[in-house]
Design a protein around this ligand. Structure first.
Ligand SMILES: NC(=O)c1ccc[n+]([C@@H]2O[C@H](COP(=O)([O-])OP(=O)(O)OC[C@H]3O[C@@H](n4cnc5c(N)ncnc54)[C@H](O)[C@@H]3O)[C@@H](O)[C@H]2O)c1
Ligand SMILES: [Zn+2]
Length: 352
């Protein structure tokens, strides 16, 4: 990447140049450096090794791609590989991949011998702008996403927007839902920058850096999600319920598609119990709908969705907790709303 993020003020080790990455890697012997990939991100390795010579003798560990493999069994295989090879506490794991690799690899590293270093090299838009930053690591358990895990920070996050050139377009669009969310909760100017231009003309380097700055700033102020970090759950209360519901129906949709619906519905609620204007709701709905075609949700599913929202691990009591918008660029958190309001919001989405 040609531009730099102001890491001083965020205290999160963002690495944007090959030189800085090489310098970081020199602290670890090659035989103690492991690169975790899946079969798709393994294909990115030869080019990376060409430019980062320190990686030439690193040991690669490949796992099968996809959320279905973000499990404790996959961790077990990796822990056993490390243990059988007598890997010691001074090792480094480099997570080269999307959010599945950075979540799982971060967890494996943070628990092996009570914690070895790890470095994230995110290769999807979602991982670059969201999953690789903020220290949440972990795996799924049965049908529960991220049920087992811990907060643990990488020694660095290396950015190269060129990885996006091989990413399938549907993955790129899915990740863009999180980008738009960052603008909506924190920065009107960033939202405008991302929406005032057609998707195919976006400058990805700028988009990534904008999101990284927003997420780093929030996470630095509230790493354990006691307050402000909850803003980043905007669109996710309803989004997660829809994602889980569709998965249970064996008609899975992408995370970003579910979040996009969540953003529309939760923006609607924001006009009712927060200060978002109707004009802003219209602006949000129009922009989201341009990229995320409508997904059919029958009225008969709404109560099941509400039940799923009640079970969300973000809720402490039986109440359903929302992050909402007072305006574009200004999120608020810890908002409760009635079942009737949630049904009204789902109807707003389905009846448009
Ligand atoms: N820790 C957090 O704060 C946080 C935040 C958001 C999401 N997540 C987690 O992130 C995960 C989703 O991440 P994701 O969307 O990146 O999914 P993913 O890691 O499954 O990647 C999506 C697909 O793209 C492939 N891929 C990755 N990079 C590629 C590239 N450059 N070129 C071609 N193919 C490539 C992968 O192999 C995979 O098939 C979920 O498990 C979610 O829970 C974590
Ligand atoms: Zn998300």
């Amino acid at each position: 990447m040609s531009k730099k993020v102001d890491n001083q003020s965020f205290n999160i080790p963002i690495i944007t140049t090959q030189l800085d990455l090489e310098t970081e890697l020199y602290r670890y012997p090659a035989e103690n450096t492991f690169i975790l990939t899946d079969e798709n991100t393994a294909a990115l390795l030869p080019d990376l090794i060409k430019t980062i010579s320190k990686l030439q003798n690193a040991v690669t560990i490949e796992i099968p791609s996809g959320e279905a493999n973000k499990t404790i069994n996959t961790c077990l295989n990796i822990w056993q590989k490390l243990s059988n090879n007598q890997v010691n506490k001074k090792a480094l794991i480099i997570n080269l991949g999307g959010g599945v690799i950075t979540d799982l690899g971060g967890f494996v590293a943070s628990t092996y011998k009570r914690g070895i270093d790890f470095l994230n090299i995110p290769t999807t838009l979602l991982a670059m702008t969201d999953a690789a930053i903020g220290g949440k690591t972990g795996v799924d358990l049965d049908n529960f996403k991220n049920q087992v895990g811990m907060i643990s920070s990488p020694i660095g996050i290396y950015y190269d927007s060129n990885f996006l050139s091989t990413l399938p377009k549907n993955e790129l669009i899915s990740g863009f839902a999180e980008v738009l969310k960052h603008g909506l909760v924190k920065s009107k100017s960033y939202w405008e920058k991302c929406t005032n231009i057609s998707f195919d003309d976006l400058n990805w380097e700028d988009v990534i850096l904008g999101s990284v700055e927003i997420k780093c700033a929030v996470v630095k102020r509230d790493p354990y999600e006691k307050g402000e970090r909850k803003l980043l759950n905007f669109g996710h209360t309803i989004g997660h319920a829809i994602e889980t519901f569709m998965m249970n129906q064996s008609t899975p949709i992408m995370h970003g598609e579910a979040v996009a619906i969540g953003i529309i519905c939760e923006s609607y609620i924001s006009t009712k119990i927060a200060k978002l204007s109707k004009a802003e709701l219209e602006e949000i709905t129009t922009n989201i709908s341009k990229l995320f075609p409508k997904i059919e949700l029958k009225k008969s599913t709404f109560l099941t969705l509400i039940e799923l929202m009640r079970n969300d691990k973000k809720n402490i009591s039986n109440e359903i907790n929302f992050s909402l918008l007072d305006s574009i660029g200004k999120g608020i958190y810890d908002q409760n709303c009635s079942e009737e309001m949630i049904i009204e919001a789902l109807s707003y989405y389905t009846e448009r």
